[in-house]
Design a binder for this molecule. Structure first.
Ligand SMILES: [Mg+2]
Length: 337
């Protein structure tokens, strides 16, 4: 079952990312006009898509690509990656993307940090303004590779994988939340239990890194999930109502304290339906691909790869030429120590 959950986390990440590829960075009203309140599956990017024009249905974006890049480093390093090596690999990745004509390049925090590293700035300083969700979007492999019974080790590895570019309490607590939830899911947690562990990890990680003003990620995960009424026996909330709440109130921007709580709130709305959760996240507006990737990773860790339809898994693996089973297997070997 651990194998299915580890593979499920990677599939959920890739499926959520690919569902959100055509809707990313768009306002919710435009997404509803084009795809309805709930996108029905993978779509090619329309010609006016600001980041992904020309991408085919099922194509992943930077979220999955950077997560896989980090995952391979986690495997070769035995768990704790070297920040400089990660920055170098991210730079090479961006060069490759640019050569392919992509506009989906490094995000604002990572870009700034790598520019400063290249200028010779100390690696403890390069991530000091990194408050956006780039560390959280790529951190899933760290959660797969680290047992949830070892929270200090998990946080140490999250920080190692994030601080070069996102060395702020905001971004580190967001990344810790995602890694912790994924790790807990692989150890058998439900979505609700994984979210509780995410709050614990985020609270602890918020004291790490440089201080930057911004609302507390752990508190906002608790608050955002509490907005959704999921009392047993209740009818699941209507997708359009959840979307509107997240878009208008929780926030769906690149900010760590918006998009990561939004991802957990989607899961709170549909804890037992990963496919519905990722499609809702991809329809919500704003940073849809990242919100759906994070929600998908946690849902996949809690439910296993069978939580997603087989044809969605086959499409995302085929379109992007992914071997997620192989990486999941290697990450689980690191987890076993
Ligand atoms: Mg993306």
């Amino acid at each position: 079952m651990k194998v299915s959950r580890a593979t499920g986390a990677l599939y959920g990440l890739a499926i959520g990312d690919a569902l959100g590829m055509p809707t990313q960075s768009l306002p919710r009203a435009l997404i509803v006009e084009r795809y309805g309140e709930l996108i029905d599956g993978f779509h090619a990017a329309p010609d006016d898509q600001p980041l992904a024009a020309g991408m085919p249905a099922g194509a992943i974006t930077d979220d999955t690509e950077q997560a896989l890049l980090l995952g391979r480093l986690v495997v070769t390093s035995g768990g704790k990656v070297d920040g400089r090596e990660l920055a170098q690999k991210l730079l090479e990745w961006e060069d490759g993307m640019r050569a392919r004509g992509s506009l989906d390049l490094l995000g604002p925090s990572t870009k700034r940090a790598i520019d400063e590293l290249l200028q010779g700035k100390d690696i403890d300083e390069t991530g000091r303004y990194g408050t956006t969700n780039g560390a959280a979007m790529r951190v899933t492999p760290v959660g797969i590779a680290t047992p949830s019974t070892e929270l200090d080790l998990l946080l140490d590895r999250v920080i190692a994988a994030s601080a070069a570019t996102h060395n702020t309490g905001l971004a580190l607590s967001a990344a810790a939340a995602v890694a912790a939830a994924v790790s807990a899911g692989i150890d058998g947690a439900t979505v609700h239990e994984a979210t509780e562990f995410a709050v614990v990890a985020a609270t602890k990680a918020s004291k790490s890194g440089h201080w930057v003003a911004g609302a507390d990620v752990a508190s906002r995960i608790k608050w955002a999930t509490s907005l959704i009424d999921t009392a047993p026996g209740n009818t699941p909330p209507r997708p359009g109502a959840v979307s509107a709440l997240l878009y208008d109130l929780v926030g769906t921007s690149l900010a760590s304290q918006e998009s990561v709580p939004a991802a957990f709130a989607v899961l709170a709305a549909y804890p037992d339906d990963p496919w519905l959760a990722v499609r809702l996240a991809a329809s919500v507006g704003g940073d849809t691909d990242t919100i759906a990737a994070i929600a998908g990773a946690v849902a996949g860790a809690c439910h296993g790869e069978e939580g997603f339809p087989a044809d969605a898994r086959i499409t995302v693996a085929g379109v992007n030429n992914l071997d997620l089973e192989e990486l999941a297997d290697q990450l689980l070997k690191v987890r076993a120590g």
